[in-house]
Design a protein around this ligand. Structure first.
Ligand SMILES: [Zn+2]
Length: 256
């Protein structure tokens, strides 16, 4: 009995050292997708859904144009898109293929090109696995400090996955992930035929909208001081893609 107890302590200490050395994949893309499905259904049940047919078809049109440009398996995924009648400046995409747009963001993203920039950015967080990476980083840090207690207490693993999945959908992205989503998102939106120059205007509008209280979108998508400069650097390449998309007949006309 004593030997067993001692070996458990050693195992937990060894685990704590291991966990602090690297990021452990606690939560998979699949587990996050299951949690996404639950949260998306919950939002649909609890929030006001837009019934404005024009607004809905506008958002679906922009989202569909972006989705067509994604790499597989994302392009063929059955994306579920919802428009929430809510004044919060917010939009999101979740693992498993969920996109939510709050009508409040349509006052900041003033045209289809700017909404294309928002959705390209959001979907890029999904295709680049940002939620999974963020969750597993956070859990590694958390568990690294409490591993001994968790192991000795036992039975925490399943709870951790569940909690991790919930946490992963609410954690703000990191600055590096934001830059990556900007760059990858711009590729998607330009290839879809949305003018990449409007992405610069979009972030200027976001900055203006965040005077006073920052919009919800920015609280989960931390901006950097160099975001607009970095986007401008991407423009030459993006404009080539945009012109090619137009030459290929990709001329989205989603409305205003
Ligand atoms: Zn973001």
């Amino acid at each position: 009995m004593q030997i067993k107890q001692a070996s458990r302590v050693w195992i937990s200490l060894a685990l704590a050292v291991m966990l602090s050395a690297c990021t452990i994949p606690f939560v998979s893309e699949q587990e996050l997708a299951i949690e996404s499905e639950k949260q998306f259904t919950q939002m649909r049940n609890q929030m006001v859904i837009s019934t404005d047919a024009n607004v809905r078809s506008y958002v679906f049109c922009v989202a569909d144009a972006i989705i067509r440009e994604l790499e597989e398996p994302y392009a063929s995924m059955d994306w579920d898109i919802e428009v929430f009648d809510n004044e919060a400046v917010n939009a999101f995409a979740m693992p498993g293929g969920k996109i939510g747009v709050f009508t409040g963001i349509l006052a900041v993203a003033e045209n289809q090109d700017q909404l294309g920039a928002v959705l390209g950015h959001e979907v890029a967080h999904v295709t680049q696995h940002h939620s999974v990476d963020r969750t597993n980083q956070a859990l590694t840090t958390q568990v690294g400090t409490t591993a001994a207690g968790a192991v000795l207490g036992g039975g925490y693993a399943g709870d951790l996955v569940q909690l991790g999945a919930q946490l992963g959908l609410t954690l703000p992205y990191g600055r590096g992930q934001e830059s990556e989503a900007d760059v990858v998102g711009l590729v998607y939106s330009s290839n879809a035929g949305f003018d990449p120059r409007e992405s610069v205007q979009l972030w200027k509008n976001m900055a203006k909208a965040s005077d006073g209280a920052p919009p919800e979108f920015l609280s989960t998508h931390p901006s950097s001081d160099t975001r607009i400069d970095d986007l401008i650097k991407e423009l030459p390449g993006s404009l080539v893609s945009y012109n090619q998309a137009k030459a290929d007949g990709k001329l989205p006309q989603c409305g205003d």
